[in-house]
Design a protein around this ligand. Structure first.
Ligand SMILES: C[S@@+](CC[C@H](N)C(=O)[O-])C[C@H]1O[C@@H](n2cnc3c(N)ncnc32)[C@H](O)[C@@H]1O
Length: 300
């Protein structure tokens, strides 16, 4: 299907669902990768149309406005030619039901940890008012903002080594009216961290160096600092494991995603008694570990 054919078909279609199907069909003709907030062409097409309609439910119920076609075509053309994730083209991403401003300074939010955070970290941790949460490697601030949103009694520190990411995270904290409970600051892992936390949550970079070059082009638009995890993908993961006990309260937990470094992790840390998390909405490679379990391993 060519862009002209798509435009013609859209101008004849009367339902939002028809537009979504047509756009998805166009995406499918161009071998795009869908790993940045959606995992299929239909969801991405829906996202694009709803964005163009201003997320207005009434507009979605009506026949789509043909005046949307030129703008839609421009975005679709760039999506295909540049292989840029849709989130960067729109300047927005959705995570845990919340909207985030994103651009190439930060990873596109997509961690399956959204599910655990949306449940207020239960059953892994029953948070008490005043508990502190640390988001290590905050990027857009998505984990930190979602944690503060779904756990109203807690305060959150969000750190990143990247000054550019910090700026984006601060925008998202302000946009979600959470500046009174989420503090964002620059830190190389724990270097500038002074508190102890009930939960340390982290989605660190974990792509093994050898895999970076072979990834779909979409990933080349993301900061290398957000992806590159060293030879086995475990460089930062190992540091976080080693240092976390010092920054967790006695009944604290570490919740970390290691994604595609899962196999390397299970080999390297075969004796570490982690509990792997199950996700209803997809995703894998994230675990929970209590401070006691971690110190037992590190001192054993
Ligand atoms: C995989 S991204 C995760 C971003 C965000 N938490 C999310 O889930 O979308 C990893 C983040 O860790 C940050 N980072 C990399 N090395 C770091 C370090 N030594 N100390 C702190 N943050 C670091 C990167 O800048 C990046 O924002």
């Amino acid at each position: 299907m060519t862009l002209v054919e798509l435009e013609r078909a859209l101008s004849l279609a009367r339902l939002g669902s028809d537009w979504v199907a047509l756009i998805a069909q166009y995406f499918d003709c161009h071998e795009l990768d869908f790993g940045h907030g959606t995992d299929n062409s239909g969801d991405e097409a829906y996202w694009l149309l709803r964005y163009l309609q201003g997320w207005d439910n009434a507009a979605w119920e009506r026949a789509p406005d043909p005046a949307l076609i030129p703008g839609l075509s421009k975005i679709i053309q760039r999506r295909v030619a540049e292989r840029k994730p849709l989130a960067y083209l729109l300047g927005e991403a959705w995570f845990a039901g919340l909207r985030f401003v994103v651009d190439e300074r930060v990873l596109v939010p997509r961690s399956p940890l959204a599910e655990i955070i949306g449940r207020g970290f239960e059953p892994w941790c029953r948070l008490r008012d005043g508990d502190r949460i640390l988001d290590l490697g905050t990027g857009s601030g998505c984990l930190a903002v979602a944690a503060a949103h779904y756990c109203p009694g807690v305060v959150v520190d969000a750190v990143d080594i990247s000054a550019a990411a910090i700026a984006v995270a601060r925008t998202n904290v302000a946009a979600n009216n959470l500046a009174d409970r989420v503090r964002v600051f620059q830190s190389d892992l724990f270097a500038a961290v002074e508190s102890r936390y009930r939960v340390i949550v982290s989605n660190p970079p974990y792509v093994p160096d050898s895999r970076l070059c072979g990834m779909p082009r979409e990933y080349s638009h993301e900061p290398k600092l957000a992806l590159a995890g060293g030879p086995k993908g475990l460089s930062l993961v190992g540091e976080i494991l080693a240092q976390s006990p010092q920054y967790l309260v006695d009944d604290g937990v570490l919740i970390m995603e290691v994604g595609e470094a899962y196999e390397a992790f299970t080999t390297e840390y075969a004796r570490l008694p982690v509990t792997w998390l199950d996700f209803e909405h997809g995703g894998h490679g994230a675990f929970v570990l209590t401070r006691d379990e971690l110190t037992g391993y590190l001192t054993g």
